[in-house]
Design a protein around this ligand. Structure first.
Ligand code: ZN
Length: 315
């Protein structure tokens, strides 16, 4: 059985970060993302779960965080077996805008050239590794703009994730079976794409033999989610993983805005396969998105207690 075509591309990236206020300021005010949903970590209701994205949080534009400050979680180590870097896609000729903007806000940047393109590297306040790359072929509309970030410069969504891998061959083999084809290689980096191609549908494998092993914690990516059209496709993938690799994916989890399974690939990175729907408009209108704490029905009865445990922040 082949998985050909089931994985459409990326869905979201989820990171463990530090302070809620710093996080909201960084991703909405500085990077110009929309906070499309404020909820709690469904597996730990003491912690917010913030979803940032374009206007409606379309799959492949979503970057999500768990701000774990003061919850007894140590600073993590970014390294092998993790998403080493999350890459955002910006319009052509916008990188100077971003370089100046980040530097004017005291965020250090450096440049690295891969596949003939400049990647502008920087970190968020929790130490998470991020970058921006120009991609004139990105068809996604930069629909969410702010008074400081016009559509000429606005981030269009996630471009790709860089996976740090100690034994890249094994993982490249797995990813090709999973639905990503090798597009181009450049030194220690290999860029792979799904059939949908391009920004939002790409992963980069980085040969990580010189890197430490990653340790989960503040300032690290927890997992990367790939999108499918339906839960039936997720189940086909789950069966395939068991049969071909002996990998046991979790049962289907209802994340309210999508349904998901989780598993670790060879190389140890935590993957999620998430349905594109139903999306963030199931419990708020477009105007309301991200404006108040939303809880799944099964947690609604404890709302008062849950709200009491969350540190307030300003939007
Ligand atoms: Zn996720």
């Amino acid at each position: 059985m082949s998985l050909k075509g089931l994985i459409k591309g990326l869905h979201h990236v989820t990171a463990t970060v530090s302070d809620a206020q710093e996080d909201v300021d960084f991703y909405t005010k500085l990077l110009g993302q929309r906070l499309v949903k404020e909820t709690v970590n469904f597996d730990n209701e003491k912690v917010y779960h913030f979803y940032y994205g374009n206007e409606i949080g379309s799959p492949s534009t979503i970057f999500t965080t768990f701000p774990y400050k003061d919850q007894g979680v140590r600073q993590g180590v970014i390294g092998n077996g993790q998403v080493f870097e999350s890459v955002f896609s910006a319009p052509g000729n916008s990188l100077d805008f971003w370089r100046n903007r980040l530097q004017n806000h005291g965020i250090g940047t450096k440049s690295e050239h891969r596949f003939g393109k400049e990647f502008l590297l920087f970190e968020d306040f929790s130490g998470l590794k991020l970058s921006i790359v120009e991609d004139s072929n990105d068809q996604r509309e930069p629909v969410w703009t702010t008074s400081e970030i016009t559509k000429e410069n606005a981030i269009r969504g996630i471009h790709s994730v860089v996976l740090a891998i100690k034994k890249p061959e094994e993982v490249l083999h797995f990813l090709q079976n999973f639905g990503y084809k090798v597009h181009v290689k450049d030194g220690k980096f290999t860029l792979l794409e799904t059939d949908e191609q391009g920004a939002g549908n790409s992963v980069i494998v980085q040969d990580g033999r010189d890197l430490p092993d990653g340790i989960n914690g503040l300032g690290t990516v927890h997992h990367v989610a790939h999108r499918v059209d339906s839960i039936e496709d997720s189940i086909k993938i789950k069966e395939h993983l068991q049969k071909e690799y002996g990998i046991s994916a979790t049962e289907v989890k209802d994340r309210k805005y999508f349904k998901s399974i989780y598993f670790r690939i060879p190389g140890n990175v935590l993957f999620e396969v998430a349905t594109s729907g139903p999306g963030f408009l199931v419990d708020e209108t477009n105007e309301e998105l991200g404006s108040s704490l939303k809880l799944p029905e099964w947690q609604e009865i404890r709302r008062e207690q849950i709200e009491k445990n969350l540190e307030p922040y300003e939007r």
